[in-house]
Design a protein around this ligand. Structure first.
Ligand SMILES: *Cc1c(COP(=O)(O)O)cnc(C)c1O
Length: 423
């Protein structure tokens, strides 16, 4: 059988047997010009809108219209502690206790709030270990904290690079680097899943290595939250933050998620950028002159809850709770595995190379495909065929089949375009 025919058959069988298939109908799939749905593989950049989001947002608008200021305590979900409604779902996404998670601000802003507490250079212990080619916002944030403490980022920031000729970081190289930095290392902050290569790091092992030399270890989980199962409490991370608009489908610019390990939940010695919403809820409105931090991650909040960007997070977390992370991960492994095999089946060797790890335990759903020639033309052809994915210069196409709303048939559609253009 021709490879594409075999793939069509396999995908049809997988879709027919998919216990999560009905979740696709819970989302708005952007239509093509002819009204048919696009093959949306861009959930790593902006997740799709769940159908129930509109109703949940309208409920908040209605409460505001009906109650005005009284909505703080009398809305169906009182705005005073709106973030409480997100905790159970966020805790399950993070593998954390409810005390350890909260929602606030944006991702970069949340990282700044956490870095003030967890980057505390002293003497020679001032280095920050990050990935070379880290997401620019993370790099800017880390460099600004180095400067804030009077250090030159060129000295304080240590960037991990793959070995020459390789595009991924080897786990052992990361661990060795941490050990070599030893007493110089103040903080390790990496992306759990790298935004460009799709590499999933061994969060537990890297965290343990950082702690072994006396450093703090934090994670940017923008590309990991809602994509791969996380056990942040057991993995012992000091802190983490993630946006809610990628795999968590909460809409552009929605509030970020924050994790602070229980051992720091009640640690007055940590510096913080305090604000009234991080104050103990019991005394918040008696406006004490002295800041009394709330226990747990909530103590890092600053401003009152951005309800209109938190309501869509609730909607999304409800879907995750219904589907459950283990079931989503199982489908994700199958979806991404099929995409990988399809590419291998229709693309001649040398025309395109996967830079994402082949080992499924070292990646989430995203595959990054390096196309040395005509990458942009291929990306355009994918768009014309109704496939939404992105192209990163100089030569990488990123595709993220998302188990909540993508079908196995979507993968075949991609393979058809690859076969036509590269086969
Ligand atoms: C998406 C992403 C961001 C975006 O930050 P915002 O503050 O939400 O704009 C930051 N870091 C990483 C690693 C990302 O993937």
């Amino acid at each position: 059988m021709a490879p594409l025919d075999a793939l069509r058959e396999e995908a049809a069988a997988l879709d027919a047997a998919d216990a999560l298939a009905h979740f696709r109908a819970e989302f708005h799939l952007p239509p093509r010009a002819d009204g048919s749905p696009t093959v949306y593989l861009c959930g790593n950049s902006l997740g799709l809108q769940p159908r129930e989001t509109r109703e949940d947002l309208l409920a908040e608008l209605d409460d505001w219209a009906r109650l005005g200021v009284d909505g703080h305590f009398e809305a169906r979900t009182p705005w005073f502690d709106y973030h409480q409604a997100l905790k159970p779902g966020l805790a399950r996404i993070c593998g954390a206790t409810e005390d350890e998670v909260t929602s606030m601000a944006g991702l970069t802003t949340s990282l700044h709030a956490l870095l003030v507490s967890f980057y505390a250079p002293r003497g020679r212990r001032r280095k920050i270990l990050l990935e070379g080619g880290a997401f620019p916002s993370d790099r800017y944030a880390l460099a600004s904290h180095a400067r804030l403490h009077g250090h030159d980022p060129a000295d304080a920031l240590v960037e991990l690079q793959p070995r020459p000729g390789e595009s991924l970081l080897r786990r052992q190289d990361v661990l060795d680097r941490i050990e070599a930095l030893g007493d110089d290392l103040a903080l390790v902050m990496l992306g759990g899943v790298h935004y460009y290569t799709g590499q999933l790091h061994d969060i537990a092992a890297i965290t343990a290595a950082g702690h072994a030399v006396g450093a703090k270890v934090g994670w940017d989980l923008a590309h990991a939250a809602g994509n791969v199962p996380l056990q942040l409490h057991d993995w012992d991370a000091d802190f983490a933050a993630f946006c809610s608009y990628k795999y968590l489908n909460a809409g552009p610019g929605s509030a970020a998620g924050v994790f602070v390990h229980e051992r720091w939940g009640d640690a007055p010695e940590l510096q913080r950028l305090a604000g009234w919403w991080g104050n103990d809820a019991a005394s918040r409105f008696s406006m004490p002159a002295q800041f009394v931090p709330a226990r747990g991650a909530d103590g890092w909040q600053q401003s009152n809850a951005p309800v209109f960007t938190m309501a869509p997070i609730r909607t999304s977390l409800r879907l995750f709770d219904r589907a459950t992370m283990p079931a989503l991960r199982a489908k994700s492994l199958a979806l991404t595995g099929l995409l990988e095999r399809s590419i291998a089946a229709v693309v001649p060797a040398g025309k395109a190379t996967l830079i994402t790890p082949c080992d499924p335990s070292q990646r989430g759903c995203q595959l990054s495909l390096e196309v040395p020639e005509r990458g942009e033309a291929l990306h355009r052809a994918l768009a014309e065929a109704g496939v939404v994915c992105d192209f990163r210069r100089p030569s990488v196409i990123r595709m993220a089949p998302v188990p909540l709303y993508n079908r196995f048939d979507d993968v075949v559609r991609v393979a058809e375009v690859f076969a036509r253009l590269l086969g």
